[in-house]
Structure formats: C-alpha cells, structure tokens
Design a protein around this ligand. Structure first.
Ligand code: ZN
Length: 1035
C-alpha cells in the first residue's frame, strides 16, 4: 500500500507510541482480570502447531476446549496468578530459571511434588481462584459459563475464560490470531452487489484441510449477516451448522461435537448479506459526478490490512494463502474487475449479468483480493506476456496515458531485475474517485487515488514524478508482498520497506529524468527525525492488537525500512550482490510467507561466496531495536576514533540505552571527497573503535552521500573544519553530503549536543549554495523554528526570523523565474523557494502570484500555470478574501486532480474564520470536499496560527466522527495528530493536548502517535527554553 501524499517527505513524519497493549485491550468480557496484571505477557506469534506451542498466557484462556489442557500444575498456578496480579509467581519463575533446588527435586514446571511453601501458596491460590470462579459464575453476563467449567478437576483451578458469542453461546477462541489447525485451500466467492440499495449478498465456499485434530473452525467476518451455513467433511453429506460470532475481534466460529481429524478435508459454505461499508475499507461504495452533472455510483474494495473479512467470511491473516474463484453480478451498464481476467459472462434470469473470473493461478493472502463494479473505461497495451490496462471514470480517460507508458517500462524492468516474470496474464491499474491510501497493490488489480494515477500530457515532470513513484511502489509489491508475503504484520517492513526502496531504485533506472534522488534523500532525513524519538519502535516489532496493525503503516516500516536496505546495498562491494540475494530470496520463498530472518539469511548465503560479511548479524541490529546510532568522530592527525551511542531524543534526558549497531561507516576526506572511489568503509561494531588513515587529513566527512542510517557529530573542531572547507569551495562535497551536514547539525542541536551558534556558523557557507537538497533541507529547518515561534506568539522574534530567512535565501529566490521550467530538480527548488517567500508575505512574490492567478481566472482555463508554481499561486489566491470564492468555484469544477488538490490546499490556507469552519465541515460531510482529503486540509490549516486553532477545536469536537471514517492508528489519524501538535512548544499547549488525548481512553489514547505528539511538544519546549536567548541575541 502506498500511504499517499504527493509531498512524500511529509510521509516520513508520522507518530508513534510505545504502549504495549495486551491482546485483551478491547475485550470487555475477559479484560478485567487480564488488565490487572502488569506482568501479563504480550502475545507472541503462534507456532504452526497450536497444540504443542501455545503460549502460556493463552493456554489458560482456551482451556476446557478439550485440546489444550495444561499438563503441569505450576504452570496453572503461575498463569492464573498472573491474571490475578499475584507477585509470588515472579519468585516461582526465578526459581526455575536459576535451576534452584526446587526444580531439581521436582520436574521443572510442575507443582506435583512441591516444597511446603509452594504447597501453601498453591492451596491459598486455589482457594482464591475457586471463590472468584463462583462469584463470577453468578454474576450476570459472566464469561465463566457452565460449558466453560464443564471439566473441573484438581489440576485445573481455573477453567475456561473465553468470550460469549452474539447468540449467547460460548465462543471457542480467545485470541487475536487464529488457530493454526485448519488451513484454507480455496475460496469460491459469489457476490451480488446492489448499487441502488447500497447492499450486497454473497455466498462463500471455503475448501479446507485439517492440519491438527480440532473441534472448531475459527475464522474472520465483520458486519456480515450469515443467513445459512453448511458443512461437509470429506465425501460426506453437507449439513447445516451454526456460525458463532464474536464481534470485538471480528471472528466467526463453528463448533463440532465430533473431532475433525488431522489429514481430512472439509468444506464450509455460507450465505450472507451486508451493507456496503461507508468508510474506505471493506467492500465500499463511491460516487462521482459525470460531465452531465449526474451522480454515478460504483463499488470497490480496500482490504489491507484487516478488511477482507468485511466483504466475505475468510481466514484474514497474511499467512493463510489460498486460491480464489470470484463471480460478481452486475447491471448491464456496469463492468466488473477482479484480480484475474474475466473467464465468462452469463445472463441471469433477473436481468443481471454474472461475470466469472478465472481461478487465481497463485496462492494469495486475503488482503490482496479485490473487485470493482463500475462504469470505467480502459486503455490497454501488451507488455511481454501481460496485458496492462489503466482504468478511470470516462471523463478522465485522457489522463491515463502516462500511467500506461511508465507501467510498461517498470514492468519490464522488474521482470528483468527480479529474474521472475510477473505471474498473472493481466495487470489493471484503476483510479477510484474515493480512495483513502495512495494506492493498493491488490494482485493484478492495483487501485489508486485519482491523483496518484491520472496525469495530463501537459503536466510537469514533478507531477509525473508523483504518479511514477506510486506506480513503481505498487508494482514492486507484485513481487515483494504478493509473491513473497510477511508472515504477520510485525514484519510489514518486508513488504513496505522493499516497495519503498524499489520505488526509488527502479525509477533511477527507468526514468532518470524524474530525478527521484532528492526525494529519497529528504524522506530518509524525515525517517531519522521520527526514529530519534523514544516513542519509535523497532522495524520488526510485536503487533498484538488491531490498532497496532494499523500503526505499522508508518515511516519506520516504509522509510526506515527503505533506508536500511539502501545502506545494506551500498555496503556490498559489488553492485550485483544485493540483487542476487533478492532473487534468491524471491525464488526460495515464492508463494510462501517469511519473516525478517529469512531475508537476511538469503542475503548472507549469496554473500558468502564473494565476501565475508554476515548480513544477518549486521542487519539484525537495525531491525530488532528501535532508533539509530549517533557516531562521534575524533580526528587526530591520521588517527580516527569513532564512538557510537543511541541517538535518542528525550525531553527529560533520563532514558539511556545500551543499544549497539553494526554500522558500515563510510567516509571521504579533504583529498578525495566526491567520486564513489573516494569512499572508504570501516565497520563499527563496538561502542568505540580506532583506525589509522594512510596520511594526515584536515577533515573527514562521514556517511558518504548519506546512504547510512545514522547521524554524525564531528566535534567542535571537526564542524569548524568542514564549515571552513565549504566556505572556501562549496563543491568540495557532494550535494547529498552538504544536505546531510545541514540535517545532522540541526538534529544535534535538538539533542542539545551542539550549540545553536554552531548551526548558524555552518549556515555561513550558504551564500554559495544553489543545489536543491541542501537548500530545501535548510528551508525546512528554519521554517520549523519560525512556525514554532509564531505559535508561541513570540511575534517580534517570529518577524525577525522571517527577515532572516528571506535574507538568507534572497539571492536565490530572486533568480527564480515564473515561466515553464523543464528540470525536476529546478522545479523542486523553485517551488520551495517561492512557496516560502509568498508564505512569508514577501511583496514581490505575492504580487507576481496574484497577477498570475488573475490571468488564469480571466483566461477561462486556457492559460496554464506551470505545475510547480500552482501551489504558490493557489495559496496566495486562497489567502485573499477577494479571490477565495473564485478559487473555490474553480475547485468545485476542476476535474484535473493534482490541480484540484493544490486548489484545496490554497483554500485551506485562508485566515478567515468563517471559511475555515466551512471547509472543515464540508470535508467532514463529504460535500464539495471529499472526506478523504480531511488530513490534507488539517495539515494545511496547521501551517498558520489561526488555522491550527480552528483545526484543533474541530478535531476535539469531531473526534468520534473522525475515527469512524479513519481507523484508530491509521495513517490518516497519525497525520491529523501530528499536524495539530508538531509545532507546539509551550506548557499550556502540552497540557491541552495531554488532557484531550488521555480523556479518549480506548478511543485512541493508546496510540503511538499520541505518545509521539507529547514527546515532540516537550522537545520543542526544551529547545525553545534553551535557545530563545540565543535567538533574541542573534536575530
Ligand atoms: Zn506499499
């Protein structure tokens, strides 16, 4: 999935929070007992055989079902005690692990021959448990039912604690993850959507294999009204069965009185009805207005991560791969699409047509299934063995050609690069009018926002860059994610980190004119900023709740994942080794599921023959711990000492970690600093290490071209030497290295390691800087300080800061033209500079933008504003009361999507309170402004002081409606929270944010993004407290 936002550097600035929920967080029936235990373990991934390897915590909960009885008593005592929050169990565990006399006398993990103390404790414990069981049994709505307690015996003090189904019966499963005893093999899905009534009916036939004998089948289903269900074992007769539902976990189950035996096959058939989802996931409806002003409806799907279950009952976890045969009925005026090519169409007696698609030729995870009912039109082209088509609403047909061209090139590139051909006969790319993410990689049927797929012939390269990047990302997923899939969402980065990395890598080959290098560099800077916070998380991290699944779609999985792959690739001596390892990994695990270790092992194996680098050892240090290292370099003549520590931004300086990374430190020096051959490598594995250079040097620049995921501190002398070198000759370092120095020194100032004066010293070289990356990075950093000052209402300082920024960038800004510009990098530079100048009310900029807008208005759409200048022009128009209405009118009638979004950003930058309120309420209602655009609207408003106040009020008042539309933890919610909080820096602001979010409880207070927001405000506050005096003196 692409998270969206054409401003990709914004993607990297998502929130986190480290609260580790137990899996019971949402579970009213069993939660009370479980919550009391602070020591309650988190829920590890199930092993293939649930019977043998059930984690201890969960064993207790599934007991009484006849297949998971515990076999030792101490285990019972301990687990139960954990639930009751009893502390003695810690001692018990300690005894075991220390091989104490207790464990020698009795078999480990048993209290059948315990010490007298243990007997006393166990007896006492049994009494407590028995009393509690009785009390709970007689409580109304108690989860301890007769059925649950049906097998009392002296070795099991607590019988089953598991939830109640909607029909009042016991639900036979009490975990988030499904049991592993049943494996789905194939699905036959028949869907009958009714676009008039906004409902659908369906029939799902699931063929399954029984891997371990069991009495139940547990799977997923949400908001489905199951009207009939039958079950057939082997060649036997089908008979009716009851499907139980446990809503909080969106699970369904069928119980059997007779055990289903391992090795048997069975078929479950269900008929059901449901409403279309009114959010952006599941099987949802969307609409658009055609050129005659008629409203046209359509239905589409978005299943990743957890919403296939909203369209059909299924085993909705990535590891349950199966084949799918899909049939959909439609009115004659519509067409349907699904993952596979259409096999046949049949006229039904009710006047509808049923389209049947070929059975998938590959095993697929449920989140990759997709279908669409609409009246779209395609353009098509054959690429190798694949028919590639791009679909859009008929009116936008003319905007599909670029997508088709770039997709064809990319498909050929990937077929060759991965040495595995795209396995399906067709590949459709479809622009959906209502779509929340940027795009979704459904196998053979990739869905997009209109903005990320449709682009006019006359559009600028910068606009094409957005479309090409998203397509490159989604195509890479057809291998990384679709062919080889992460086993569970904890390793989402295997999908997303790879697709993100391949997105930049492929485009550098396929379309170098798009110059994606600057974008990738800035994305890596933002990933570092976010990962520096204490609320960050390891790339590969525990995921135990649905919110945590949503939260994995963040910059750590995407951009940090991509950054560490770049670092790894750059550290291989040959340029083909990385690719060879990837090919081996894809071939070895084709059609299967993997975890992070599988990838590192594949890369290590390839590497062994040519180079002795243990990839697994090196990369595990980057995926298993959060954050990244700060490398401090000390240069004495020709002797270099490197030291590493965790670059951790904490507001109270109390958290220290002993994390160590295996860092391929690269460096160049004053005598050779530009060409790739200048680059040397030293692997830093220890806390500190020393090496000698062949001769004395004046300075070193570490992290050549910023391909490593770390920050460098050169010490006072080192920074001075680099600054001096740059002042003498700005081209002594590559532009990536200059941008990385700017990024790093601001980060060090935030850490409190480098005084702000030193940051300003580096800025001295700036009069000669003209390259996009260093300029935009510096602009971003200074603008951030300016916005914070503005929001603290330090008006005087803010205006002095504004003058400083304008003065610093004055010459470069004055050089910019307002004509068409061909070069992408120059477009990026120009749009950043002019947007800055106009947003700071620079007179000349405002005047030129205003006059360009007037000409555009008068030309009746015939004049084109250069694509990279549109944002500046529309923002100026949106800020003026005179032109806002005209802009709004243009927005409502605009069909060209990337232009339309820029107009919306312009509208949202108004300072007029009435209009701010109006836009927000339009967005919430989805009238004039699509609800999917609310995160963009809010982040734009939050650029200004007044706008942000309105946005904050709006969020507080409408929180429940927002989380109805955007799931808790989702990228959209992360963006909203970050937008309203990231430029706050006062205690009052902190208190307000804290009070609001803590009051949300289960409606969002546990999100990582909340934690991140609070940390960020505290860090801003600390920086301001420290540096306000310097700013006052210096500005
Ligand atoms: Zn993706």
């Amino acid at each position: 999935m692409d998270l969206f936002d054409s401003n990709s550097s914004e993607r990297a600035s998502l929130p986190r929070n480290m609260i580790e929920n137990s899996m019971f967080e949402e579970e009213p029936d069993v939660v009370d007992l479980a919550k009391d235990s602070t020591a309650f373990p988190t829920f590890p991934a199930l092993e293939p055989d649930e019977v043998t390897y059930e984690p201890r915590s969960s064993r207790l909960l599934v007991r009484g079902l006849g297949e998971n009885d515990m076999d030792d008593d101490e285990e019972d005592c301990e687990s139960s005690a954990r639930l009751l929050g009893m502390s003695f169990m810690n001692r018990s565990s300690a005894h075991r692990s220390n091989s104490s006399p207790y464990t020698r006398q009795a078999p480990p993990r048993s209290c059948s021959r315990p010490s007298s103390r243990t007997i006393v404790v166990c007896v006492l414990f049994l009494v407590i448990v028995a009393s509690m069981t009785m009390v709970l049994y007689f409580l109304p709505g108690c989860t301890f039912t007769k059925a649950g307690c049906r097998k009392p015996n002296k070795t099991s003090p607590i019988e089953t604690v598991y939830p109640i189904s909607t029909n009042g019966e016991l639900f036979p499963w009490a975990q988030l993850r499904l049991p592993q005893s049943i494996k789905p093999l194939s699905y036959d899905l028949t869907l009958n959507p009714d676009l008039d009534k906004m409902t659908f009916t369906g029939r799902t036939v699931i063929n399954m294999s029984i891997l371990h004998s069991t009495n139940r089948i547990v799977f997923h289903g949400a908001n489905l009204n199951i009207t009939k269900a039958t079950f057939k074992l082997g060649d036997g007769q089908a008979s009716d069965v009851t499907v139980l539902e446990y809503k909080p976990r969106q699970q369904l189950a069928v119980n059997f009185s007779e055990e289903l035996k391992a090795g048997q096959y069975c078929v479950l058939t269900m008929e059901y009805s449901a409403n279309f989802s009114n959010t952006y996931d599941g099987f949802y409806n969307s609409s658009y207005t055609d050129k005659d002003g008629n409203k046209r409806v359509l239905a589409a799907t978005q299943f990743e991560p957890l919403s296939a279950r909203k369209a059909f009952p299924c085993f909705d976890e990535p590891a349950f791969k199966a084949t799918f045969l899909i049939k959909i009925s439609r009115k004659k005026a519509y067409m349907t699409l699904s993952n596979m090519p259409k096999a046949k169409s049949t006229n039904l007696s009710n006047g509808l047509v049923q389209d049947e698609f070929e059975k998938t030729s590959v095993n697929m995870s449920t989140y990759l299934v997709a279908f669409i009912v609409a009246d779209f039109t395609p353009i098509t082209k054959n690429v190798s063995e694949t028919q590639v088509s791009v679909y859009s609403v008929p009116e936008k047909h003319g905007h599909t050609e670029y997508a088709l061209t770039i997709t064809s090139k990319l498909l050929e590139f990937y077929n060759n690069f991965f040495d595995i051909n795209y396995p399906l006969k067709k590949l459709d790319l479809v622009a959906i009018p209502d779509f929340l993410a940027g795009a979704m990689e459904n196998w053979g049927l990739i869905t997009f926002r209109e903005t990320t797929l449709l682009v006019g012939k006359e559009s600028s390269l910068l606009e094409k860059q957005v479309v090409a990047s998203v397509i490159a990302h989604e195509l890479a997923h057809q291998w990384f994610g679709n062919l080889v899939t992460m086993r569970w969402w904890n390793d989402l980065w295997l999908n997303e980190g790879f697709a993100t990395y391949m997105e930049y890598m492929s485009l550098q080959e396929v379309s170098p004119d798009l110059e994606t290098g600057n974008l990738f560099l800035s994305v890596r800077f933002r990933a570092l900023d976010k990962d520096a916070l204490n609320s960050s998380h390891a790339v590969s991290t525990d995921v135990n709740t649905t919110e945590q699944v949503e939260e994995m779609f963040d910059s750590v999985s995407y951009e940090k994942g991509a950054s560490i792959l770049l670092m790894l690739n750059a550290s291989f001596p040959g340029d083909q080794q990385f690719r060879k390892g990837i090919i081996e990994y894809l071939k070895q695990f084709s059609g299967l599921n993997t975890d992070t270790d599988d990838l590192w092992n594949s890369l290590t194996q390839t590497d062994k023959s040519t180079h002795h680098m243990n990839v697994s050892q090196m990369m595990t240090s980057w995926t298993s711990q959060k954050g990244f290292p700060l490398v401090t370099v000390n240069l004495m003549g020709n002797q270099v000492t490197l030291t590493q520590e965790h670059f951790l931004l904490t507001s109270d300086n109390t958290t220290h970690t002993s994390s160590l990374w295996n860092i391929p430190v690269t460096y160049v020096n004053d005598s050779c600093s530009l060409a790739p051959e200048c680059r040397q490598v030293f692997t830093l594995k220890n806390k500190s290490d020393t090496f000698k250079l062949s001769k004395n040097v004046t300075w070193l620049k570490l992290n050549y071209k910023n391909t490593g995921f770390y920050i460098v501190d050169y010490g006072k002398d080192g920074w001075s030497a680099l600054t001096k070198a740059l002042k003498t000759n700005v081209s002594v370092l590559t532009y990536e290295d200059r941008a990385s120095l700017i990024h790093n020194i601001f980060a060090l100032s935030r850490l409190g390691r480098v005084p702000f004066r030193q940051v300003l010293n580096l800025q001295d070289y700036f009069s000669a800087e003209t390259e996009t990356s260093p300029v935009t990075e510096a602009l971003l950093q200074f603008n951030n300080i300016y916005r914070q000052l503005e929001k603290r209402q330090e008006s005087n300082l803010a205006s002095r800061m504004k003058n400083f920024i304008m003065k610093t960038f004055h010459n470069l800004t004055a050089e910019q033209t307002w004509e068409e510009e061909e070069n992408v990098s120059k477009q990026e530079l120009r749009s950043a500079l002019l947007e800055m100048a106009c947003s700071l009310n620079e007179e000349n900029c405002i005047q030129l933008a205003t006059s360009l807008f007037k000409k555009y208005m008068e030309s009746n759409g015939t004049l084109r504003i250069p694509g990279d200048l549109q944002q500046t022009v529309f923002t100026v128009a949106g800020q003026s009361d005179e032109t806002w209405d005209a802009l709004f009118d243009m927005y409502v009638h605009a069909t060209y999507d990337s232009e339309k979004r820029k107009m919306l950003k312009g509208l949202a930058s108004t300072q007029n309170p009435q209009r701010l309120v109006q836009i927000l309420s339009f967005g919430l209602r989805g009238s004039h402004i699509q609800t999917q655009e609310l995160p963009l609207v809010i982040s734009t408003m939050c650029q200004s002081f007044a706008g942000c106040l309105f946005a904050w009020d709006f969020i507080q008042e409408n929180w429940d409606r927002l989380i109805e539309k955007f799931p808790i933890g989702s990228f959209a919610i992360q963006t909203i929270i970050k937008s309203v909080t990231s430029q706050s820096s006062t205690q009052a602001q902190l208190n307000k944010v804290q009070a609001f979010f803590s009051g949300l409880k289960e409606r969002g207070s546990q999100m990582r993004s909340v934690q991140e927001a609070l940390e960020t405000i505290k860090l801003n506050q600390r920086w301001m407290d420290r540096n306000l005096p310097t700013l006052r003196r210096w500005l």
